[in-house]
Ligand binder design. Structure first.
Ligand SMILES: [Zn+2]
Length: 248
């Protein structure tokens, strides 16, 4: 069951948002209150492909390699989810779901393969090597996958039940709120192999440390500074804020 994605050895992971948004997506689909559009289906199919891809066959290599392959799969799922979340093309239910996936799998942000270039965002704790093998909660991450496969498959096939002539529709977004004390960094990719990082400053007082009161409707992120000013033009991608804000 999709609602059970948080069950099964995933206590080490931040799964609250994933469990909540999985249940919401399932409920909306079951009630016929949402007909995902092409962008939603494309994003769900892309993540589903990462989830369903078989692991490389490496039976002849030393023991750590299969574990690394399992971690690589989780990392690919995370990166694909973040890519489609930050592209901003999906509807609010899918954005919230992808954000839940990203938060749950954030231990694989830099594991086993760190981002290729610096500066690069740093989220969560990177598992340290013990005996040459990274200590990522691999079992806990994989325990989330069957529920996600079922849910994303439902999103990608739901148009089959959509009455002819029905336009894609999405429910009103559920806003989320959080607080973050520290710098928010906007990461850019001006060219192949190039990355930039810019620190966001308050539009009113220029301060960059917050603590920021964050609100987001999966269309726009709003930052409120302690000085009272609200900053909306900051260039931050969803993941650049979402993955920093603590689980609530
Ligand atoms: Zn300010």
């Amino acid at each position: 069951m999709v609602g059970d994605v948080g069950v099964g050895g995933s206590r080490e992971l931040w799964t609250r948002a994933l469990v909540r948004e999985s249940a919401r997506v399932r409920r909306l689909l079951a009630a016929g209150q949402w007909h995902p559009g092409a962008a939603d289906i494309e994003a769900a199919a892309a993540v589903l492909a990462r989830l369903s891809a078989p692991l490389p066959a490496r039976r002849s290599v030393p023991a750590p390699a299969p574990l690394l392959d399992r971690d690589r799969r989780l990392q690919r799922v995370l990166r694909t989810a973040v890519h489609h979340l930050d592209a901003g093309a999906v509807s609010a239910p899918v954005a919230a779901l992808l954000a839940g996936v990203a938060r749950a799998l954030v231990p694989w942000h830099a594991h086993p393969n760190p981002p290729a270039t610096a500066p690069a965002p740093a989220y969560g704790a990177t598992p340290g090597p013990v005996g040459g093998v990274g200590v990522a909660p691999t079992d806990a991450g994989e325990a989330l996958l069957p529920g996600l496969v079922a849910l994303l498959a439902a999103v990608t096939t739901t148009t089959a039940a959509c009455p002819p002539g029905t336009l894609p529709s999405a429910p009103v977004a559920v806003h989320w709120y959080g607080r973050y004390a520290g710098r928010l960094r906007c990461y850019g990719r001006p060219g192949p192999g190039l990355r930039t990082a810019t620190t966001v400053a308050c539009a009113g007082c220029g301060a960059a440390q917050g603590p920021w009161a964050v609100s987001c409707d999966w269309r726009r992120i709003t930052l409120r500074c302690p000085c009272g000013a609200v900053t909306r033009e900051h260039g931050l991608a969803f993941s650049e804020v979402w993955l920093l804000v603590p689980e609530v």
